[in-house]
Write a protein that binds this ligand. Structure first.
Ligand code: SF4
Ligand code: SF4
Length: 441
């Protein structure tokens, strides 16, 4: 029986590792279909931003209670997973609590510490799950935000339920293990009671040994398969931010938020018109102005899409959304990721090559009405806890519509015309600019 379990463990571990590697490689390839952009300047500043925002979760503490609970889940989940090293060794070698003899009495305190973290994760996840049903938290309500309908809503709840089940499995596994130690079962080395699970031992006090062993084994398998499955699930879920928050904050934009990226080709064109530069005969005219699809965005825009936690803080702060416009910056990020996932499927079916499918990000995923509603206020970029910049994508899509398709609302065209002829957005000649002063003389 022990050998069967050992072989089954090795096979499952190998299969899940292979699936995980494939998924990670596909996500990396889809991010890299984006345009090149150099974000390697100021490494010390970037590193400190990553430590503050991703590791320290600084922005989450804008709402202190939620920040504290989120930190508890995050630290708890990461540290508890250190325990997985022992489980993997046990599974491969067919042992049980292989580190217990090596760490002697400290083993009991180490597992006790993990149990305290597990209890913290259990409480925090339960609060988060209840909160998802609280209509007062409007940004999490699918009835208010259509982008949350279907999978995103299910994903948000599923992960919390999964974490609750995993934490219960850890605590009850340890409690049944402790009871088996006390009845002297040879497979269970004596470690002493653990800090939290000792309170759960009465649940198992009247069980016979065979039932206890079955329960302990089921909880052990549930724990390990749950964690390995969780790793694969992450790659399909918004919870990929657990990993990507680190590179995403490291490579975040360092320029002031209000500074828009100019298009060098346009800047040069204007300088030529103003006589500040000579026409460069060798200048390359870009194939496209702005972005029509994900392949026109930069790799950082695409990493942003995979890093989005779908928390909706951006949408809750967006003046366009608040005033009932169709725009939601969270939806912009989710649509970009959906498009990337579709592109990834095409690449997978074509040996890693993207064959155009007559679809594009603007038009098939994001509507013109959405991007035109943006006031470019930057509130979304300011609010994001993982330094995502939805405005950057919106601007690039808008530039494509206006400059490449010459498709802008009538009022905008009138403004462009005025800028062209009057060097101001209004329809007054530059010579009349100071007429207002006549009235006050
Ligand atoms: S920049 Fe645009 S998308 Fe972002 S909050 Fe302002 S209006 Fe909304
Ligand atoms: S872009 Fe940022 S603030 Fe908006 S939903 Fe995603 S993670 Fe949250």
């Amino acid at each position: 029986m022990a050998v069967i379990q050992q072989v089954a463990f090795i096979l499952i571990l190998a299969a899940i590792s292979w699936i995980l590697l494939r998924r990670v490689s596909l996500i990396r390839k889809t991010i890299l279909i984006g345009k090149n952009e150099d974000r390697n300047d100021q490494p010390a500043r970037r590193f400190s931003t990553m430590l503050r925002i991703a590791l320290g979760q600084k922005k989450m503490f804008d709402k202190p209670l939620i920040g504290f609970l989120h930190f508890a889940v995050y630290i708890g989940f990461i540290l508890i997973n250190v325990e997985i090293l022992e489980i993997i060794l046990d599974g491969i070698l067919g042992k049980h609590r292989i580190l217990a003899p090596l760490l002697a009495n400290s083993y009991r305190y180490l597992i006790g510490f993990f149990e305290v973290l597990a209890a913290g994760v259990l409480i925090a996840c339960s609060v988060f799950l209840i909160r998802r049903y609280n209509p007062a938290v409007q940004r999490l309500q699918p009835a208010r935000h259509r982008e949350l309908n279907g999978w995103p809503q299910l994903d948000g709840k599923l992960i919390l339920v999964l974490e609750i089940v995993l934490m219960i499995a850890i605590l009850t596994m340890n409690a049944s293990d402790s009871v088996l130690q006390k009845v002297g079962h040879p497979h269970y080395p004596v470690t002493g009671d653990f800090l939290v699970s000792s309170f759960l031992q009465p649940l198992f006090s009247n069980w016979d040994t065979a039932a206890l062993v079955i329960y302990e084994r089921v909880a052990w398998w549930l724990h390990i398969i749950g964690i390995l499955g969780f790793a694969v699930y992450l790659t399909y879920s918004k919870h990929l931010h657990i990993v990507l928050a680190f590179p995403n904050t490291y490579f975040a934009r360092l320029k002031p938020k209000g500074e828009m990226y100019n298009m060098p080709e346009i800047t040069s064109e204007v300088k030529v018109m103003l006589g500040l530069e000579n026409q460069n005969a060798d200048a390359v005219v870009p194939e496209r102005f702005g972005a029509k699809d994900v392949t026109d965005l930069s790799w950082k825009n695409l990493m942003d899409a995979y890093s989005c936690t779908e928390c909706g803080r951006c949408t809750a702060a967006c003046p366009a959304n608040i005033t009932g416009k169709k725009l939601s910056p969270r939806k912009i990020m989710m649509d970009t990721r959906d498009r990337l996932e579709d592109v990834g499927r095409i690449m997978q079916a074509n040996k890693g090559e993207f064959i155009p499918d007559n679809k594009s990000l603007i038009g098939d995923y994001i509507l013109e009405e959405e991007i035109l509603a943006c006031t470019t206020c930057n509130a979304c970029a300011q609010e994001c806890p993982v330094l995502i910049n939805p405005l950057d994508i919106i601007l690039q899509l808008r530039r494509y519509k206006v400059m490449d398709e010459a498709h802008a609302p009538g009022s905008w065209n009138a403004m462009f015309q005025n800028l062209d002829t009057n060097q101001a957005p209004w329809k007054f000649s530059p010579g009349d600019r100071f007429n207002w002063a006549d009235a006050v003389r």
